[in-house]
Design a protein around this ligand. Structure first.
Ligand code: KMH
Ligand code: ZN
Length: 286
């Protein structure tokens, strides 16, 4: 994999608007209802996002993997935007593995697939080999494109094992996302990111990165300079700048789009991102 931006002409901007960790009571502007998620998707698409990474909340704003909620969100975002719709299979640290596999029933375009267990603050984010393997094969069978989430360097090695064992994902492309700065995972530093990029297996066709919390901007700059794509959003970072809390996810998307444009790598359109990732066409009438 290249660690240069030469030849990479555009930037895939993913927005991860909600996550499973923040409480609505602490952060009322966090999009949790279906209406808030859809309007967030519309605004973030307009600001330059082409992929949305979704965690869904229930009527009490708690993380849920309930199939009805997931299906409703996928359908509504697909109806209102052209964004690639990615559902989280990571859920919250409390979700059972068997239920995390059922996320694919909602027929997203893409699903996250974390390549190993990691400490997650005081908790453990569980991703044993058997689960990763089952999720990967089921995603292949259902023609859902996985995005491989790499929280640590060991996850890069596990990704290579998945590819060696099961072959390429549906669509033939391999897109990974470095999630840096989780307490327990790789730090949100340029050095750690570059170590991960240098280890990527040859099958990888594109990579993105996000820095949790205060690593957000440094990792964004490092990824852009090294040919990577970007993930932003309130799942990862709720501070826009020192002393200023994010009021809407589109602020983070617009800032990323602006920086990418300055770097001569403007945001990819949704169709360009669909081609980059090899996602199946699931939009009605397309
Ligand atoms: N909420 C974290 C425990 C993913 O979406 O796949 C897991 C996570 C990763 O956010
Ligand atoms: Zn997530």
């Amino acid at each position: 994999m290249t660690t240069s931006s030469a030849g990479v002409t555009g930037t895939l901007i993913t927005v991860a608007p909600t996550g499973a960790e923040h409480a609505k009571a602490d952060l009322p502007q966090l999009p949790t209802t279906l209406e808030e998620v859809v309007s967030t998707a519309v605004r973030c698409e307009a600001a330059g996002a082409s992929l949305i990474h979704l965690h869904i909340r229930d009527a009490e704003h708690r993380p849920t993997l309930d199939g009805g909620y997931l299906r409703a969100a996928v359908d509504a975002v697909r109806e209102a935007t052209d964004l690639v719709v990615q559902l989280s299979t990571g859920g919250s640290v409390h979700d059972p593995l068997e239920q995390r596999l059922t996320v694919l029933d909602a027929e997203p375009d893409s699903c996250s697939l974390t390549c190993g267990t990691t400490n997650f603050g005081d908790d453990v984010f569980l991703n044993p080999w058997g689960f990763m393997s089952d999720l990967y094969v089921q995603a292949q069978e259902r023609e859902v494109v996985p995005e491989f989430e790499l929280f640590d360097l060991g996850h890069v090695h596990a990704l290579a094992r998945l590819l060696d064992t099961h072959g390429l994902p549906f669509g033939g492309k391999v897109h990974v996302d470095f999630v840096t700065g989780v307490p327990g995972g790789m730090p949100a530093t340029t050095a750690a990111l570059m170590a991960g990029v240098s280890m990527l297996p040859a099958e990888v066709t594109s990579w993105s990165a996000t820095g949790i919390g205060r690593g957000h901007l440094p990792v964004m700059a490092a990824a852009l300079s090294a040919g990577g794509h970007l993930r932003v959003g309130m799942e990862d970072n709720v501070v826009f700048r020192r002393g200023q809390i994010v009021e809407h996810n589109d602020e983070l998307v617009a800032r990323a789009a602006g920086l990418a444009t300055v770097m001569q790598r403007p945001p990819l359109t949704c169709d360009e991102t669909r081609a980059l990732l090899g996602v199946k066409e699931r939009r009605a009438g397309r």
